[in-house]
Design a protein around this ligand. Structure first.
Ligand SMILES: NC(=O)c1ccc[n+]([C@@H]2O[C@H](COP(=O)([O-])OP(=O)(O)OC[C@H]3O[C@@H](n4cnc5c(N)ncnc54)[C@H](O)[C@@H]3O)[C@@H](O)[C@H]2O)c1
Ligand SMILES: O=C(O)C(=O)C[C@]1(C(=O)O)C=C[C@@H](O)C=C1
Length: 378
């Protein structure tokens, strides 16, 4: 059924259409300028993500918007969305090759999801890239003979075994892994190779449109002066590096990844066993619940074995999951005994523990929820 309208409304709508067309022209002009920026950055080897420039630009545009009676948040939202477009367009121009002297890049597991993304990034940067997959090991000695860097990106549960089966690498060759856990692969690489070794954990999946603002955890192995070029290359790709000891990384990942995936897994299991009707839940959902459901649902759109490996490969997973169960049990007891006061007290204790982060998270999630709501069309 057509939406109600009137002649006066239609006249105004024509003018809005005209204003939107002008907006499109401005967008076209901005995209063309950004394409030129991309060419310069490629030639000069500059990172696609320029946080200081962004912060300055946003501050100025916010102030200008305010003086024009426009909400500063509106211009910030628009600019951030446009900059996301910039990252993709600048990425597609390609990147400067930071290490022109390097021998070939060999990605073991390069036919997989994350390995494939890195193959693409190295290729966009002009490196000579080869892949070793499960059934290619006969070619491995020939491919590895003049490798300048070997990147291991195979499933977690075979990573140590793959590292151990590497033939001797050239002395100066850099050995790197992208595994979601760090202690065991790093130890295996240091044992297998006497040259430079580096552990990386890209904190993103293969579906990112660019590396701008993404985090890569860096666990130093051996010979940083020999692999600084790679860290610089990753920065040019747009990512932010976060250095951590492998033990610190694995402990943090226990909560950030293993436990979070495990609780999402249990919640998905619970919804299934309760015969929840997802269509119906969505009709009744506030944006925050929709987002929560999406966070759980997206887990099940992915590879079970990656999540199984992340959860099962962490030695502390069982202990942490038991602790979680204990806390669930304690909270359940409050409910069983109708102890609302106890619930409120625990709530206040936890809120106190979150401190200023609670406000910060409320503010951040409010923005996310508005964006999630904007993208709905039904
Ligand atoms: N996918 C992600 O979101 C993500 C994020 C961060 C880190 N990681 C890490 O990246 C690594 C790869 O994960 P993925 O998601 O790309 O998995 P994937 O299953 O998509 O890719 C793994 C690849 O390794 C290949 N492979 C398996 N055994 C091999 C062997 N013996 N020799 C050579 N190749 C072999 C497979 O054929 C496959 O192509 C894992 O260590 C994972 O922890 C993944
Ligand atoms: O000015 C730059 O360096 C750009 O690449 C352009 C631009 C933008 O779209 O305005 C995009 C990415 C940077 O992080 C900052 C700004």
């Amino acid at each position: 059924m057509a939406e109600p309208s009137s002649a006066a409304l239609n006249q105004l709508r024509d003018k809005i259409d005209q204003a939107d067309k002008e907006l499109l022209e401005v967008l076209r002009r901005r995209l063309d300028l950004v394409a030129e920026v991309g060419t310069i950055k490629h030639a000069e080897g500059l990172p696609i993500y320029a946080p200081k420039r962004e912060a300055n630009m946003l501050a100025k545009r916010r102030a200008e918007a305010e003086s024009m009676g426009i909400s500063p948040q509106l211009i910030e939202d628009l600019l951030r969305r446009m900059m996301r477009e910039s990252y993709v367009s600048e990425k597609d121009v390609g990147f400067k090759r930071i290490n022109p002297e390097l021998g070939s890049v060999v990605v073991i597991g390069g036919g997989g999801k994350l390995g494939g993304l890195f193959v693409h990034l190295f290729q966009l940067s002009g490196y000579d890239v080869h892949i070793i997959e499960q059934h290619d090991w006969d070619n491995a000695p020939a491919l590895l003979a003049d490798a300048g860097i070997v990147v291991v990106s195979v499933p977690i549960d075979v990573t140590e075994q793959v590292i151990a089966q590497l033939p001797p690498l050239p002395k100066e060759c850099l050995l790197v892994d992208l595994t979601s856990i760090k202690q065991a692969p790093l130890a295996a690489m240091l044992k297998a190779h006497s040259g430079p070794v580096l552990g990386l954990h890209p904190m993103f999946g293969p579906d990112v449109s660019s590396l701008a603002k993404q985090v890569v955890v860096v666990c130093h192995g051996r010979g940083q002066e020999k692999y600084q070029w790679l860290l610089d290359q990753i920065t040019i790709w747009g990512a932010r590096l976060h250095e951590a000891a492998a033990t610190e990384h694995d402990q943090a990942m226990q909560l950030v990844q293993a436990m979070r995936h495990f609780t999402a897994f249990v919640y998905g299991m619970h919804l299934k066993r309760e015969h929840a009707d997802i269509e119906q839940l969505l009709q009744f959902s506030s944006p925050i619940y929709r987002l929560e459901l999406a966070m759980v649902g997206r887990l099940f759109a992915q590879d079970a074995s990656l999540y199984a490996d992340i959860i099962f490969s962490q030695p502390d997973s069982l202990v942490r999951a038991r602790h979680y169960l204990d806390r669930y049990q304690q909270a359940l007891e409050l409910l069983e005994s109708g102890d609302k006061q106890g619930f409120n007290k625990t709530f206040a204790d936890v809120a106190d523990w979150f401190g200023d982060f609670a406000q910060q998270f409320q503010h951040e999630s409010a923005n996310m929820l508005m964006m999630a709501n904007d993208s709905r069309s039904n």
